[in-house]
Write a protein that binds this ligand. Structure first.
Ligand SMILES: [Zn+2]
Length: 410
């Protein structure tokens, strides 16, 4: 194959992906004003429903705008040989392949961050603010950005350096070492994320004694679930939107409740949400997700190892010196149709798991408080109650509210 052919294949993949997103968004937008299903008419009153429609439309326009901006930028970068220029820039400082790669990705990340920050700023302080969701101060916004940046430099840079080092010493077989590294790192992060990373951004406090804790303990005992770690996180520092999640396993397993969730829901509704989370654990979803993502990483790294030595990847991007980082960019785009498909499968599995966790909560606790809690959470985040089924199929990690309620009432 000619390098130019590969170049145009890369461009085609980017454009097709953009068109696919656009079609799905348009389908979804067409259903914004659908009649609300009978079972969900009590989620919003007239005024709130109007507000939710307005929110959907505002977000949809905004994401149209960002998508167009991003594709114009990406394509321009390809056509002006952006990768080549950044590669030359990085090589003007050093010949060390690891340092060249770090400077290369550093420049690209920094550039893209500078260009996209105005959008995330607008999203937080104009859109979310207008609809009453935003609680973040400007200081929190910038401090988050800074901390996030340091984290990516430290973790991303560290992992990238190690992988290139493996490539230097093991050649094509680097993928096995890289896989082991990523697997150990994922396991470690899954175990200690709540202890090491979350405190950088949020305050977590053990749930106080009281009615809620007693109710939770009573439930945990009933289902034979040892739960020593129930934490409340100050989600209200950034947004009024509520959430709860499960993390870790073994001795490190913990349930984290957003303070906003505790404010919005009644005690038995919170226990129902928690029962759903326990369901994820009991049905082994946490372990399944972790291992399937590790397996998938192995597969991706293996396929990468088949391509990384071929100079056509670099030549397609008009870079004369064959290097790991340029190969990674070209491969990343070539691989994206496959990752679309694996993503689709993961979303499907995730939706099946959500039903299983809901069923677990229904069997071991009750369906009704879970239904009312889901309705309240949908209302408080101005959720779209009438998404298009194709959109749900492609992007939703959870079944729609209506589907979940139908399942719970079965
Ligand atoms: Zn769930």
């Amino acid at each position: 194959m000619q390098p130019t052919t590969l170049f145009y294949i890369l461009i085609a993949i980017i454009i097709i992906n953009f068109i696919k997103d656009k079609i799905l968004d348009t389908l979804n937008t067409k259903h914004f004003d659908d009649k609300i299903p009978d079972k969900l008419t009590d989620v919003y009153d007239e005024k709130e429903y109007k507000k939710s429609q307005n929110y959907k439309k505002t977000n949809s326009k905004f994401s149209d705008l960002t998508a167009i901006f991003s594709i114009i930028l990406t394509l321009s970068f390809f056509f002006i040989d952006g990768f080549k220029h950044v590669d030359i820039f990085a090589r003007s400082y050093t010949d060390n392949p690891i340092l060249v790669a770090l400077i290369f990705f550093g420049v690209i990340m920094l550039g893209s961050d500078i260009l996209t920050t105005p959008f995330s700023y607008y999203k937080t302080f104009v859109i979310e603010e207008k609809f009453g969701f935003n609680k973040s101060t400007k200081k929190t916004f910038w401090v988050d950005k800074l901390k996030g940046g340091f984290m990516s430099i430290l973790l991303g840079g560290g992992i990238l350096s190690l992988i290139i080092w493996f490539y230097q010493i093991a050649g094509e077989n680097f993928w096995m070492y890289a896989w082991a590294l990523v697997a150990v790192f994922s396991l470690f992060m899954n175990m200690f994320y709540a202890k090491l990373i979350v405190p950088l951004f949020n305050k977590q406090t053990p749930l106080e004694d009281g009615e809620l804790k007693t109710a939770i303990e009573k439930y945990a005992e009933k289902v034979g679930f040892t739960l020593n770690n129930i934490y409340v996180i100050d989600g209200s520092k950034r947004s009024t939107k509520a959430n709860a999640y499960f993390s870790g396993f073994g001795s490190q397993k913990r349930i984290t409740l957003f303070d906003t969730l505790i404010n919005d829901l009644e005690t038995n509704e919170i226990v129902a949400v928690l029962a759903h989370e326990v369901g994820h654990y009991k049905r082994k979803h946490i372990i399944f997700n972790l291992f399937s993502s590790i397996l998938l990483t192995g597969l991706t790294l293996f396929i990468l190892s088949l391509f990384i030595n071929s100079s056509i990847l670099s030549e397609a991007l008009n870079v004369s010196i064959l290097s790991f980082h340029i190969g990674l960019i070209a491969f990343g785009i070539l691989y994206s149709p496959i990752s679309e498909i694996t993503g689709l499968i993961m979303n499907y599995v995730s939706r099946v798991f959500e039903y299983q966790a809901d069923n677990y909560a229904k069997e071991t606790f009750a369906a009704k408080p879970l239904i009312t809690s889901l309705k309240k959470l949908s209302k408080n985040s101005l959720s779209n109650l009438t998404p298009h089924s194709a959109y749900v199929f492609m992007y939703y990690s959870h079944p729609t509210l209506l589907e979940r309620i139908n399942n719970l009432e079965k």
